[in-house]
Design a binder for this molecule. Structure first.
Ligand code: GLU
Length: 449
């Protein structure tokens, strides 16, 4: 089922499996990139000579630490914190922090590895990294979240900085958490170093459009893929999984572009609203009240909630998985294609399994992998860093325009790389080859480090 690797690449991959036992998501992310690289290594033999693959798959630094904190009842808790500084060939390590009970080293490494190539594709001067904790923010009070964030930063502050490593949000980490971590960093260092974190609040160095950026950017990317098919969002029925930051602003932008999102979800179930998901209600429920998606159907009587179930059974022409990794398997992908789906744009990181990707590619639908399609979030983080460096703040219109240009550019880069490396229309090959080549060239230039 998996794409065949050359003997040499297969041997390299087997070594990586052995060196990183049990880290299945990391293995999956590495395998997907290696499967695209055959023709690249023929064109650039120096990448093999300089052992770029072996080096790129080994993080520059991995930090694992204890995070002790106390809940509101006075009980002590111990969580584990991570920061994997994967690659700094193109700039300071850059990537989010994920707070979710599923977080372990394998998840942080898959995310950090993907981040290297995603960040390269943005064209911005940022390296790749990722971090997080197995802390579960669900059901925690504001004060508990604050104490956890303070404790997390009490260890992390030594390793981050405007020129070294710049964390941001991911699942479970949004504006509130970034605020608490920024406050603690400032307190510990006695420095107002705005560029140490991105996704900050607008009152203290944040950028307009950062909140919207991942969802807007993913939608722009799909819009570009549709244009290649001489099509558009106009009148398209869409399904967006998830209901967090990425999903909300994906729904908003799809509606602005004339599409209609009929379903969103959370980890308990999904809601179907044939009239089109009401974004204002979604924001109120998720961003303000931090409620579950079930409550959407209570507030909109014509909508219905399905507990458990599978959101990919809801027929649509465009699917934008924006929840989490491996949420679309081979069977789900087959269902989507059978129901007439023509485009998939990944707002989440690695939401489609290798089997699912194969179904999409074989069916020749437009499939935009996460490391290209969801790069708008981190790209706008880099725009936030630019504003911080110049102590400036840009308008919403200007920042969104920059985001749009970056996404069109990423799309073109992937499209052209796919053609060059013999896989026209295959954005997986396009994203992996273009992202890899940029980082590999910088690594060769820097010598053996
Ligand atoms: N967590 C986001 C991602 O997966 C954003 C990272 C950032 O802004 O640094 O790309």
């Amino acid at each position: 089922m998996a794409v065949h690797l050359s003997e040499k690449l297969e041997a390299t991959y087997q070594k990586i499996l052995k060196r990183n036992p049990g880290e299945t998501e990391f293995h999956q992310a590495v395998r997907e990139v290696l499967e695209s690289l055959g023709p690249v290594l023929v064109k650039y033999p120096e990448f093999t000579d300089r052992k770029i693959i072996e080096r790129i798959c080994e993080p520059e630094r991995q930090i694992i630490f204890r995070v002790p904190w106390q809940d509101d009842r006075g009980e002590d808790h111990i969580n584990r914190g991570f920061r994997v500084q994967f690659n700094s060939a193109l700039g300071p390590y850059k990537g989010g922090l994920r707070f979710h009970p599923s977080v372990y080293l394998g998840i942080v490494k898959f995310l950090g590895f993907e981040q290297i190539f995603k960040n390269a594709l943005t064209g911005m001067p940022i390296g790749g990294g990722k971090g997080g904790s197995d802390f579960d923010p669900k059901g925690k009070s504001d004060n508990e979240v604050m104490r956890f964030c303070q404790s997390f930063m009490t260890e992390l502050w030594r390793y981050v900085g405007e020129y070294t490593d710049v964390p941001a949000g991911d699942i479970g980490v949004g504006g509130r958490e970034i605020g608490y971590m920024f406050g603690q960093f400032k307190r510990l260092t006695s420095k107002y170093e705005a560029g140490v974190l991105t996704g900050k609040g607008l009152d203290y160095g944040g950028s307009l459009v950062r909140t919207e950026a991942t969802g807007y950017g993913a939608t722009f990317f799909v819009d570009e893929m549709l244009k290649v098919r001489k099509d558009s969002f106009e009148g398209k029925k869409c399904v967006v999984s998830g209901s967090g930051n990425v999903a909300i602003y994906t729904v908003e932008k799809i509606h602005q572009l004339g599409g209609r999102v009929v379903a969103v979800s959370d980890s308990d179930g999904y809601v179907v609203d044939e009239k089109g998901i009401d974004v204002a209600l979604l924001k109120q429920l998720k961003e303000v009240e931090r409620r579950r998606i079930k409550d959407y159907a209570d507030a909109r009587k014509h909508a219905h909630y399905v507990h458990g179930g599978n959101i990919w059974e809801v027929p649509c022409q465009v699917a934008m998985p924006s929840a989490t990794q491996n949420e679309i398997n081979g069977k789900d992908a087959t269902t989507l294609v059978k129901n007439g789906c023509i485009a998939v744009g990944e707002g989440a990181n690695m939401p489609t399994t290798p089997e699912g990707i194969k179904v999409f590619l074989d069916a020749k639908i437009s499939y935009g992998p996460g490391k290209a399609a969801n790069a708008g979030g981190v790209a706008t983080s880099a725009l936030e860093m630019q504003q911080n460096a110049t102590r400036d703040s840009w308008t919403f219109e200007y920042t969104e325009k920059r985001l749009g240009e970056i996404m069109r550019n990423i799309h073109r880069t992937c499209f052209e790389a796919a053609e060059e490396f013999g896989a026209p229309g295959n954005y997986v090959v396009g994203a992996n080859t273009a992202g890899f080549i940029k980082v590999a060239k910088a690594m060769v230039a820097h010598g053996l480090i």
